[in-house]
Design a protein around this ligand. Structure first.
Ligand code: FAD
Ligand code: FES
Length: 280
C-alpha cells in the first residue's frame, strides 16, 4: 500500500492539515452497470478498502482491462459509497470511457484509490452548502451531499447542462436546474442561476460553494464568488497518467501566494483547490 496526504480540501495550500491515508491498488469486480442517459453509465465496483477510506472529492484511477487498449488507467470521481461498493458515473468521451461503459457485470478491473484531496467541509464554518455542478461535473456531488447532510448541513444543488439530457440530478435532493437552451429549469448557465438566486440563498445562513464542471463554468463561478465574498472549493480536471505524483502528466498552473503563478500536480494537490487559486 502507498501512503498519501489527503489534505482535506486545500482551503489554504500552505497551512492545511494533512491526514495520512493509505492508497490501495485492488483487483475488483464490477457488480452492476446502469445506463442513465445516452452517454452516461453508473458503474458499481466492489472495493471495501477504498470505500472505507474515501472522502468526497477523492477519485480512483481505473485500469479498465488487462490489454494495452487503453494502456493507461483513467481517473473518475467517487460518485457514491454504498457499504463495500463504490459507484462511479462515467461519460463516454473517447476510447477508454467507451470500453468502460460497455463492461459487463462480473468483469475484473484494477482500481487505485482513494486518490487526491477532498472538499473541505470544515473550513471556513458555514451553515448551507451550495453544490454547483455542470455536465459530468455532477459526478462527485452525491457522495458530498450525503456526507454533508449526515454532518447536519443544509445542502442545495445547482445543476447545469446544455440541454435537459445533460442534467445528471439522479438521487440528488433539493435541486435547481439550469440549461443553456431552456429545455429544463432556468434558461442560462448554472452560474447565472446562482447569481439570480444568491440574494434569497443568503437567507439560508453562511454559505459555502462546492463546485465541479467545465473550466469556463468554474472560472465564471470563481468571479461571482469573489464578487460576493463567498468561500468556494472547485474540483478541477486534467489529463492524468499515474494518479500518484510520478509521471507529472497532470500539472496545472494556479495562483501562487505572492500573486505569481505556480504549478501543482493535480493528482496530489488536487483535484480540489480553493477557488481563490484558480487563474480566472
Ligand atoms: C480527477 C478527475 C476526476 C474525473 N472524474 C470523472 C467522472 O467522475 N466521470 C467521468 O466520466 N469522467 C471523469 N473524469 C474525466 C475522465 O477521466 C476522462 O473523460 C477520461 O479519462 C477520458 O478517457 P477516454 O479514453 O475515454 O478518452 P481519450 O480517448 O483519452 O480522450 C478523449 C478526449 O477527452 C479528453 N480528455 C481525456 N482525459 C480528460 C480529462 N481528464 N479531462 C478533460 N478531458 C479529457 C482528451 O483530450 C480527448 O479530447 C475525471 C478526470 C479527472 C482528472
Ligand atoms: S497523474 Fe501522474 S503525476 Fe499526476
Amino acid at each position: 500500500m502507498l501512503q498519501k496526504n489527503n489534505n482535506a480540501g486545500n482551503q489554504n495550500m500552505q497551512t492545511h492539515q494533512c491526514e495520512s491515508v493509505a492508497i490501495a491498488d485492488i483487483r475488483a469486480t464490477v457488480v452492476q452497470v446502469r445506463r442513465i442517459s445516452s452517454d452516461v453509465s453508473i458503474i458499481t465496483i466492489e472495493c471495501p478498502v477504498i470505500a472505507a477510506a474515501a472522502q468526497p472529492g477523492n477519485f480512483v484511477n481505473v485500469k479498465i482491462n488487462s490489454s494495452t487498449q487503453p494502456l493507461l488507467r483513467r481517473p473518475f470521481s467517487i460518485h457514491n459509497i454504498r457499504g463495500p461498493l463504490i459507484d462511479i458515473m462515467v461519460k463516454t468521451v473517447g476510447a477508454g470511457t467507451t470500453l468502460f461503459c460497455q463492461i459487463t457485470e462480473g468483469s475484473a478491473v484494477s482500481v487505485l484509490g482513494p486518490l487526491g484531496n477532498s472538499f473541505n467541509r470544515t473550513n471556513p464554518e458555514f451553515e448551507t452548502a451550495l453544490l454547483v455542478s455542470g455536465g459530468i461535473g455532477t459526478a462527485p456531488m452525491l457522495f458530498l451531499e450525503k456526507t454533508l447532510a449526515a454532518e447536519g448541513r443544509k445542502v442545495i444543488n445547482l445543476i447545469g447542462g446544455r440541454t435537459k439530457d445533460d442534467i445528471l440530478s439522479q438521487n440528488l435532493a433539493n435541486c435547481r436546474i439550469a440549461t443553456d437552451d431552456g429545455s429544463a429549469g432556468f434558461k442560462g448557465t448554472v452560474v447565472e442561476l446562482l447569481d439570480v438566486f444568491l440574494h434569497d440563498l443568503k437567507k439560508e445562513g453562511t454559505l459555502k460553494v462546492f463546485a465541479c464542471g467545465p473550466n469556463p463554468m468554474l472560472k465564471a463561478l470563481t468571479r461571482l464568488c469573489h464578487e460576493h465574498q463567498l468561500s468556494c472549493d472547485v474540483s478541477l480536471e486534467s489529463v492524468m497518467g499515474c494518479g500518484i505524483g510520478i509521471c507529472y502528466g497532470c500539472s496545472v498552473e494556479v495562483m501562487a501566494p505572492d500573486e505569481g503563478i505556480r504549478t501543482i500536480l493535480l493528482c496530489r494537490e488536487g483535484p480540489v483547490i480553493n477557488a481563490k487559486l484558480l487563474i480566472a
